[in-house]
Design a protein around this ligand. Sequence first.
Ligand code: BES
Ligand code: MN
Ligand code: ZN
Length: 520
Amino acid sequence: MKITVKTGDPAGFSTDLLAIPIGRSGGHDKRAEAKPRVPRPIQALDRGLGGVIRSAVASGDFDARRGEKLLLYPTKGQSHKRVLLLGMGEENDLDAETVRRLAATALSEARDKGAARVAIRAPSPRGLTAAECAAALAEGAVLGAYRFDAYRSKKAEKGKKGREPSAAMLVFDALEKPASVRRSAANAVIVAESQRVARDLSNEPPNSLPPSALARAARRVARETGLTCRVMHKSELEKRGFSALLAVGGGSACPPNLIVLEHRGGGAPAKSRRAAPTLCLVGKGITFDSGGLSLKPAQSMGDMKHDMSGAATVVGALRAVALLDLPLHVVGVIAAAENMPSGSAYRPGDIVRTLSGHTIEITNTDAEGRVVLADALHYAASHWKPEWMVDVATLTGATMVAFGPWVTAALGNDEKLLEALRAAGQATGELTWPMPLLPEHRRAMASTVADLKNSGGRDAGASTAAAFLKDFVGDTRWAHLDIAGSGWTTTRSPYHRGGATGVGVRLLVELLRREVQQNA
Ligand code: BES
Ligand code: MN
Ligand code: ZN
């Protein structure tokens, strides 16, 4: 789908679907009720279309409340086959997230209908620049148009229901700085398409995405974007002492991998300039989590192809970082393994000596994510010595219960980094929320026979898991994002129809952009 920024009157061109956001205004005075307000240029356009918009509003069928949508078929003027009215709610409350959702709803609807050429009239939210508005529209459009249909034999034909639109135009009345608005939209497309790459990986079924295929996918992305990619196979992992990763992957016929993606941005460090700081993103890449010998019940196992969503997010974020060419040195580290029960699987009772030298008593083979991350985090911290690192993982059912699909849990050892993640979440709509990380949580992970055990029981599951991870980060500034709830979902939203969300791509790219601004 091609996204373009256009200026002028939608009456001047034709589409298969024109989306028109409409807000409510006038409700701040207590006596007056807010009413849908049809902007003047749209009133003129509507007259040419036979007055369908006016009728929809006058009848009271369309209230312009946030999230509302109404599809209309103009009978006059052949320029727009369909007009989609989108409710924005109170005009003064309009923010970037609402704009993203508007565009997502528009493109999702357009795809359902098989509309090929789509236009969205840009709203003019008070708190956003035109460039920010264009970015939000572009992100929403690209994400809303997403479907995972790689395995459907019958592909939707051009102009037929389910086919992805070929063009989405973001239409502004006029623009003061069109070049910067276009750049902003183009960058947003890069980020949103990277999020789609993450979704594709996470949605891929586990029989077609063992660790080796995840590594191949990372390689392909690297080749396409100029990242470097190094994959450590079983023999090298053995030689280097990645025993925790090897233990978790031991039960599978598909051996584990450590995948390292690297973006060297900012060119060679000039004398006058500080070298670009090194930052690490670490992803949990369990391509399928059966629970291992501590086997999951069938009900909980069905969605465990998504247990590599953290890894998918890291691949997506690195892709965006490379294409945006951020002046940073960013290293993505992915611990890929399949957690399966078999004669060679690791067992409850096993004691594993990790890469860091710390020993782990395995009390539950289903708490495998933290075990592979133990090696990945230690490797990232000790080998790359980053300024900070963030890991992303579908780590605990406890987070899913606490936050549902709507929020990502953030824990760590550095308040500044956590605050930056909160702010980046606010800006991108990928919200993060803190959970406590206390000495008590670490105490719950104490083992009687090893340095720590891998399962601390039911209480405070998200926090005890993070307390476990903390043992492996040394004194590196670190944050842990638990996306068990937000990474995939069965709930529909304007952005997706369930399945993988690709959450974390926008968030991490925004975090890195803020890092660039700080270093400037
Ligand atoms: N991958 C799961 C966590 C998960 C659960 C992600 C549901 C998404 C949805 C993880 O490996 C796991 O099994 N965690 C256990 C840990 C427990 C055994 C200490 C959990 O949360 O139940
Ligand atoms: Mn598990
Ligand atoms: Zn898992």
